[in-house]
Design a binder for this molecule. Structure first.
Ligand SMILES: [Zn+2]
Ligand SMILES: [Zn+2]
Length: 271
């Protein structure tokens, strides 16, 4: 089994204060063969205001220093979790261009409302007792995810945590599920597969293992071949948490390979 974790944060992300060195040491301790740091660059900030600048100089300096010190103990990659790309395609493409040759991997994600609720955060919204609002969150997320995969395929390699708002909707006691949106999700997956992109199994440091068997089955039926895995760690203890289970789920769903990326090109590793 090829142990890899392609979704992890460091102090470059606004919601994490851990130096990359500590995350990589945790990855080595967990027995990972490959680890990708994917700090946040959301084109909308916590207040819903436009944010166009990612601190590439700091991200690259940290990455190169850690790679030089620890890199041959595992394969270390430089990634980016690019949020809300459909909000500002020009800014998204500029950030990726600035990543340049060193950028290995891009997760396409969405953490904000776009066009509703002052473009605030989906996870800071209270859905309690408001199923209509929860449905609006899902529909908005699926709309913008469709825009990303259909119109901006250059702006992501793997589609990150496609069921993201459900984490928070479920916490607020509302029983929506991806099955309620199966047709739309399958259309998205078909486009992801058709354009040779990947789907991410985001196990959220082991807290979300239940969503993925169904989504993996749909992705496979839609022609999907490339799947990445990520624990979405924001602290060292969460690095690789749930990754072995993710790889087992992939096997059970009939996938033979897990995918990693180098310079934005997929590499397949036998499960
Ligand atoms: Zn995310
Ligand atoms: Zn993340």
């Amino acid at each position: 089994m090829y142990l890899c974790d392609l979704h992890s944060h460091s102090k470059i992300s606004p919601d994490c204060d851990v130096p990359l060195r500590e995350m990589v040491l945790a990855a080595i301790d967990a027995g990972l063969q490959e680890f990708c740091v994917s700090d946040h660059h959301d084109l909308l900030d916590y207040d819903g205001l436009p944010a166009t600048v990612f601190d590439w100089p700091a991200a690259k300096a940290q990455y190169h220093a850690v790679k030089e010190e620890l890199g041959d103990r595992l394969t270390l990659r430089l990634g980016l979790e690019l949020g809300s790309a459909p909000y500002d395609p020009g800014a998204a493409r500029m950030a990726l261009a600035q990543g340049g040759e060193e950028l290995d991997f891009v997760l396409g994600s969405l953490h904000n409302w776009i066009g509703f609720r002052d473009n605030g955060l989906l996870d800071m919204t209270s859905y309690r007792g408001d199923e209509a609002l929860a449905r609006l969150a899902m529909e908005s997320t699926l709309d913008h995810t469709w825009t990303l995969v259909a119109q901006m395929p250059d702006c992501y390699d793997s589609l990150a945590h496609v069921s993201y708002p459900l984490r928070y909707i479920h916490n607020d006691g509302i029983a929506l599920s991806m099955e309620d949106y199966e047709e739309r999700v399958r259309a998205i997956f078909t486009e992801v597969a058709r354009t040779d992109h990947a789907m991410e199994v985001n196990v959220w440091h082991g807290a979300d293992l239940d969503s993925w068997p169904t989504l993996l089955a749909w992705f496979k039926e839609c022609g999907g071949k490339l799947v990445t895995v990520g624990a979405d760690a924001h602290r060292p203890q969460a690095v690789a948490a749930g990754i072995p289970q993710a790889l087992e789920m992939m096997k059970a769903a009939g996938f033979d390979y897990v995918t990693t990326y180098e310079r934005r090109k997929p590499l397949l590793h036998k499960l």
